[in-house]
Design a protein around this ligand. Structure first.
Ligand SMILES: [Zn+2]
Length: 151
């Protein structure tokens, strides 16, 4: 397993992922957590990792929320604030010493499946909202160098 980079793996990283069943999603979630543990990604302190960044194709990401790694399966953006915030983001799949200016929703409500297969709704604000938007973008084939909100 290796980290995918935009420079080498553009076609793969920009392909939107299709929803999958809970069994497959949980295998992918396991691989994501393992990638963190075995230091597939060791250069930075990551706050999120999407499946396609390690070569997998189920729409699953993990993110550091309240200092805990949470799993998001088949996530959907249900609601978003009118207000936006300007942010500066880095990405493990982009050159490591660079950050990008982005525009993000101040808060978002995301629905996603938990590992037990139950769909849940959760609101995220501020920094955590940006993390979640960044990772959902990955699953939709978008990287933060495109500026964040893509509509
Ligand atoms: Zn990223």
């Amino acid at each position: 397993m290796r980290l995918r980079y935009y420079k080498k793996d553009k076609a793969f990283l920009t392909k939107p992922l299709e929803e999958v069943g809970i069994a497959e999603a949980n295998l992918v979630a396991y691989q994501l957590r393992k990638a963190l543990l075995v230091k597939t990604i060791s250069l930075k302190n990551p706050v999120g990792l999407a499946s396609n960044q390690i070569g997998l194709t189920a729409p699953v990401f993990i993110a550091l929320i309240n200092n805990k790694w949470e799993t998001f399966i088949n996530p959907r953006l249900e609601k978003k604030s009118k207000e936006t915030i300007n942010y500066r983001e880095g990405c493990l799949s982009l050159p490591s010493n660079r950050t990008y200016f982005t525009k993000r929703y101040k808060w978002v409500v995301v629905s996603y499946l938990k590992e037990n297969g139950k769909r849940t709704n959760q609101k995220f604000e501020g920094h955590e909202s940006v993390i979640v938007q960044h990772e959902i973008d990955h699953l939709n084939g978008k990287l933060c160098k495109e500026g964040g909100i893509n509509e």
